[in-house]
Design a binder for this molecule. Sequence first.
Ligand SMILES: [Zn+2]
Length: 261
Amino acid sequence: MGCYLNRIRKTWQRWHIRRLLAKHPIPQPLWHEVTGRITTLQHLDTHERVRLHELATWFLANKVINGAHDLEVTPAMKVAIAAQACLLILNLDVSYFDGWSEIILYPSAFRVQRNQPDAFGLVHPEASNLSGEAWLHGPVILSWDDVARDIFNHQAGHNVVVHEFAHKLDGLNGAMNGMPPLRGSMHRERWTTALAHAYDALCHEVATGKQPMLNPYAATNPAEFFAVISEYFFTAPQVLQSCCPDVHHQLALFYLLPTKA
Ligand SMILES: [Zn+2]
């Protein structure tokens, strides 16, 4: 019954997306102008680009992107965010982006104040500047400066849009813990073993002062590890494959995207 309902839902989603495309497609000149600049998208083949255009159209019809601090959100900014976000669900289902509807776009890094426990367990307010943040069941928050930096100054292992939307996939089952809802054909145990082994090794390297191949921020917790390895998977798959081949293999099974290593 579940399979049958899933098939019906997917058929309805495809019909809904086609209808949107027919009525309000992202105009091709704008689409080509924006996506032509995004290095992360350059390896996609023709079929994948068509699919990404469909998904980005669906994304902009179903999610709202609001500017903060008087930022005017242009159509090009919207397309840049939608295209990179939808790269994650290119071979997944749009339902992976269920449960939230808003993206808040700041002009630049935004300041937040959080309570952080010290070594003695005492909690202190601590301010920090963030390039992005994803709330469980809530909005995704992005800094446009950082989104633009990733477009115009491509850096291996860095993509704030991929990072924050990977958190959204992770949180879909109710907790951000590095375990998104896997495909039915995948093995939960193999995923956990591959990721936990690589996470522990990274934490050990960071703790012993070694220079890890991956961004040490990934050692923060398993949720950040998943978001950071997703950044590598889409922007520098060769780094991920050489440092953690089992992790790369699991992500390839999940995203179903043979990234060019
Ligand atoms: Zn994060």
